[in-house]
Design a protein around this ligand. Structure first.
Ligand code: 5GP
Ligand code: ZN
Length: 139
């Protein structure tokens, strides 16, 4: 399950060098070349999946536990106070590399604001309408 044109397939399988921090049979974890903060890492499955909706069950069942392990190691090694998991799906959501990846972004006490948004203020009716609309597709 490889895509010969995909740069993350090549990085995940060791054909293009990267600063790797972890590897097992299914995943390679590397440092991001354009980090949001010191130690920003990317969890890459070795198999090619375009995004979250394309992942197989085996990979999706393991990725969160691996993210927790990486985040814990960052807290111990880098002294970050917390970390964010970011996972973009689709161009509109900011995805630029179309091979599933999970960002693990260390956050430092007093560090810059990031991964944030201005909260909206929908009415109860709006929220209820939206909830109905999405619920229909989840059945
Ligand atoms: P996305 O925007 O698709 O969620 O994230 C893609 C991430 O991959 C970006 O943060 C970008 O800096 C990183 N990236 C893109 N190309 C490379 C590369 O060749 N090597 C590494 N280590 N990171 C990359
Ligand atoms: Zn790929």
């Amino acid at each position: 399950m490889r895509d010969e044109t995909c740069i993350f397939c090549k990085i995940a399988n060791g054909e293009i060098p990267a600063a790797a921090i972890y590897e097992d049979e299914q995943f390679r974890v590397i440092l991001d070349l354009g980090p949001a903060s010191k130690g920003h890492a990317l969890i890459l499955p070795k198999n090619h999946f375009t995004d979250l909706t394309d992942l197989d069950e085996e990979t999706s069942s393991k990725v969160l536990a691996l993210a927790a392990k990486v985040g814990t190691a960052m807290k111990k090694s880098l002294g970050c106070a917390g970390f964010n998991l970011v996972q973009n799906n689709g161009e509109a959501a900011g995805q630029t590399v179309f091979h599933f990846h999970m960002h693990v972004i260390p956050r430092y006490e007093g560090g810059p604001r990031m991964v944030s948004w201005e909260p909206g203020s929908p009415s109860k009716e709006e929220l209820a309408g939206l909830a109905d609309c999405i619920k229909k597709e989840l059945k």
